[in-house]
Design a protein around this ligand. Structure first.
Ligand code: ADP
Ligand code: MG
Length: 192
């Protein structure tokens, strides 16, 4: 678990024909998000990813898919190299929204974050395996999840094991939602 907040990536948006003149709408430790064109009423963004784990989460053939996972429209290749030492990859993804202060979806997200945090505390002696074991604990213990949520947590566990990714379900902005209120695991993993 991160003790101090990780720094936000400070790179400029890389120069690429798809990205020129686009409005930046989000930024995290390793990702820059800019607005893309809306297609058939579906709002989209370009996620400019500098983490190989995030790139796998969005594009691997065996990436988790289903109701609670982000819809990916295209992989547009690379655009230069990030200060993180990896190339930037541009991936076109459905636009998501922050969770509101309260409501059903927010309650589920809060329950996931809290249960995950508690499980991490329980397994903190496992050091680098803590997050994955904690995630397993969430899927294996009856906690009253809706079936789709439990299945998604299981799919995340499989992905994390497969790709050596660490779950990151504590930071509130890694869980987002669609306009219709569906919870989406937007950025639930990071690199070891
Ligand atoms: N699909 C999306 N639609 C709109 N905004 C997004 C989307 N994905 C991420 N964001 C915004 O961009 C920020 C950084 O994205 P995130 O995927 O969490 O990157 P990082 O891996 O750097 O943490 C998020 O906190 C959120 O505000
Ligand atoms: Mg994030």
């Amino acid at each position: 678990m991160a003790d101090a907040p990780a720094p936000i990536i400070s790179d400029p948006v890389p120069d690429h024909p798809l990205l020129r003149g686009r409005r930046e709408i989000g930024r995290g430790e390793s990702t820059i998000v800019v607005e893309a064109a809306t297609v058939d009423g579906q709002e989209r963004v370009y996620k400019i990813l500098s983490s190989p784990t995030d790139y796998a989460y969005y594009t691997a053939a065996d990436r988790p898919v289903g109701r609670h996972f982000p819809v990916v429209f295209a992989d547009h290749g690379t655009a230069g190299r990030s200060s993180r030492g990896f190339p930037f990859h541009i991936v076109e993804v459905e636009r998501l929204y922050p969770l509101p202060g309260s409501g059903e979806t927010t309650d589920v997200a809060t329950k996931i974050s809290t249960a995950y945090f508690d499980a991490c505390m329980m397994w903190r002696n496992l050091a680098q395996d803590m997050g994955r074991i904690a995630l397993h604990h969430l899927t294996a213990t009856p906690m009253g999840w809706a079936d789709t949520v439990r299945e998604s947590l299981q799919a995340l566990e499989v992905f994390s094991d497969e790709y050596g990714a660490l779950p990151d379900l504590i930071k509130a902005d890694n869980l987002m939602m669609r306009k219709d209120g569906t919870l989406v695991f937007s950025d639930p993993v990071f690199m070891e």
